[in-house]
Design a protein around this ligand. Structure first.
Ligand SMILES: [Zn+2]
Ligand SMILES: [Zn+2]
Length: 302
């Protein structure tokens, strides 16, 4: 266990120092989960953390989010301790991006987080949170009244903010701007732009290719973008091809977007690779984009 921890620390430190050219930035991007609905045991559900100094801001709450945050905390990122997961920005309500929301509401409460979760996201988020809390009513009652030491607040309280595009959050470390992205049948889906004291970080969430994300990035430090493999796509059944091309962005489309957006670093996540390979995916992106690009894995730090 100790070995795993130290290896993770070294990997995280190396990736970060490489990504930042040697200087330790105040702001870091931690890839908690890089997965999709596919049950890949190496890729947990989509969740990214922007960490500024000792404060964390989560983007999405895929399955396993609290465990992955704990792994990052063990690797040396104190801001991702379970009790410090207090703010989350949800891109859209697809299950792969929200299966960890109950975890994020309930687990840190049991672990004596001092304040309730605050969560921002599309219309329907309040209803989802209400249903999740209601589903665990018996658990909340037994834990609150059944002998667990005192908790810090009423677990029914979750600060939900249903948002529209624009600046949705600001404190002395970050300004968070939500922007609309096209994602098939979803009425509202968002990407997020984080302006921190030293970096601009843009996260696509799930999006089709006809987004305005290049305008949101415009030379940003880190662009985290979803992607699917064109070679893998070619072998998918036609009905799935229709779905993927409407809801998601192909490797060469991401490359074209990055060529306009000019990020200092393009980070691919939510990779739909299917029968192809990560190497082939990167090659497809590089065929139209000559900037710096990496294909992220869980717990990478940039
Ligand atoms: Zn997704
Ligand atoms: Zn989605």
């Amino acid at each position: 266990m100790r070995l795993v921890k130290s290896v993770l620390s070294i990997v995280a430190a190396c990736v970060l120092l490489t990504a930042t050219g040697g200087a330790q930035p105040r702001s870091r991007v931690v890839m908690l989960g890089t997965g999709t609905p596919n049950a890949d045991p190496d890729r947990y559900g989509p969740a990214v953390a922007v960490v500024v100094d000792d404060t964390s801001y989560l983007i999405d709450a895929g399955v396993g989010v609290v465990r992955r945050a704990a792994a990052a905390q063990r690797a040396g990122i104190a801001a991702l301790d379970a009790t410090r997961l207090t703010r989350a920005f949800i891109t859209h309500l697809h299950s792969d991006h929200t299966l960890g929301l109950a975890d994020l509401i309930l687990t840190p409460w049991v672990l004596e987080r001092a304040t309730p979760l605050e969560v921002w996201g599309p219309r329907g988020l309040q209803s989802m949170v209400n249903h999740l809390v209601a589903a665990y009513e018996d658990d909340l009652r037994v834990r609150a009244a059944g002998g667990e030491p005192a908790h810090q607040y009423d677990p029914h309280v979750v600060g939900v903010h249903e948002i529209e595009p624009g600046v949705v959050y600001r404190d002395d470390r970050v300004t968070v701007t939500a922007f609309a992205v096209p994602h098939g049948g979803w009425e509202q889906a968002f990407g997020y732009r984080f302006q921190t004291p030293d970096r601009t970080i843009v996260i696509s969430g799930d999006t089709g290719a006809d987004s305005h994300i290049a305008d949101q990035c415009k030379g940003c430090d880190v662009l985290v973008h979803e992607v699917y493999s064109e070679a893998g796509f070619a072998k998918r059944p036609p009905e799935w091809q229709r779905y993927h091309s409407r809801y998601h962005t192909s490797s060469r489309q991401v490359g074209a977007i990055a060529a306009r957006a000019k990020p200092k670093l393009l980070v691919l996540y939510h990779q739909l690779i299917w029968s192809s390979t990560e190497e082939a995916l990167l090659k497809e992106v590089r065929s139209v984009y000559d900037g710096k690009v990496v294909s992220a894995h869980d717990l990478d730090v940039y």
